[in-house]
Design a binder for this molecule. Sequence first.
Ligand code: ADP
Ligand code: MG
Length: 407
Amino acid sequence: MAAPNPPVLRDFDVILRKKLGDKLIVDSFETSNLVSPGENTGSTIYKVDVVVRRNGRDSEPEKLALVAKMLPPQVVREMVDIPHTFRKEASMFEEIIPEYVALERECGFPESELFDAAPDYYGTRFSLEEGEDKFDEDTAILMENLKAKNYYCCARKSGLDYAHCKLLVEALARFHSLAVALKLKKPALFTELKKLTKPVEFDHNLISSSDSALLSNLRKCPSLAPHIGKIEKVFSDFKTEMLFAKPDEPWGSIVHTDLWLNNVMFCADDSGKPIKVKLIDFQNYLYSNPMRDLVVSLFSSAQQNVRSEHMDEMIDLYYRNFVSNLKRLGCNVDSFNRASFDKELASAVKLEYKHCLMILKVLAQDHVEELRDVTAIVDNLCASDYSPATLKVMAETTLKLIERNWL
Ligand SMILES: Nc1ncnc2c1ncn2[C@@H]1O[C@H](COP(=O)(O)OP(=O)(O)O)[C@@H](O)[C@H]1O
Ligand SMILES: [Mg+2]
């Protein structure tokens, strides 16, 4: 399927003025497709190169490299409450992250060390018409184009190596500890933020329709034969509502919930070592168990050798950083003990196991462009015969979880 034609971004100077000031003038802009079909599902993403003058006609022209996140194709809009996902993403940038940064400032963090593991945000609008409930084709979330700053997503086939995983795990611990610190230190404010995490309505059959295909393919893996009873029980015990249930305290945090490798971008130094990370795609965050993000990123997107050789190190790194960030934010950490963390981690695995298998299947796909939207992904998951490479990675990952008694 061909990529969609870039849309006309009507009156988008209005969005930019909110961040860059009322005197801003847009001299010119060009839109083009940022990613190939299959790289995005919940939206259509465009590259927007703009020339602006911040202080009226006589000021110097300045180039801005932006992206516009706009509505997905109709087929996706029929399955997911798209106005809600877009409002959620905008709220992450407008309401939640600014509170994280404000808290760090209050705690004396220097400007250079403030939380920056998300793209710079330029503004959102849901319609050219006035009115809080308006939402139409002119919806656009504008943010910095990370690709223009040499950020990249790791390759689907190779996955996240040790260095990328470490950076991501540290960023996750930071992201999660900020919500927990706000909850402890500013409960009234946090109650308001928590309202923004309301789950998005979607067709629950989307999740469960592939269960029997996943299970019948797992049954074909000889190495899983001795454990198949356990695996079937995890499937049969799983209820979609569990994904939205209240988390066990004190761990409850604002959790991304879809941190596979396409939703994380990295930037490397000249030697190729990753030095910065950005989380993207904040359409489905929840108030939930933060270890869900750790499980999804490590067990769906890390390289097999990280799973077999460095898993304890990654988990320890997350726990240590989570607790030390909380301390740095002035919180009492007595109740965040390791035994209770380990228990939460085990329950996060049970919640996210199927999700990890689904991502592993998507990542093993040879022709990414065939997975251009949610229906194509679901059809692909419902296939009766997965490839030998897919079965291998699903079996290896499942065995790692069984070894640890997590399934
Ligand atoms: N700010 C950004 N800068 C550069 N590339 C981006 C940016 N945001 C998203 N992308 C690219 O677009 C893809 C899809 O964006 P994402 O926000 O994940 O949308 P979707 O909800 O459709 O998955 C990402 O995997 C990434 O490759
Ligand atoms: Mg995405």
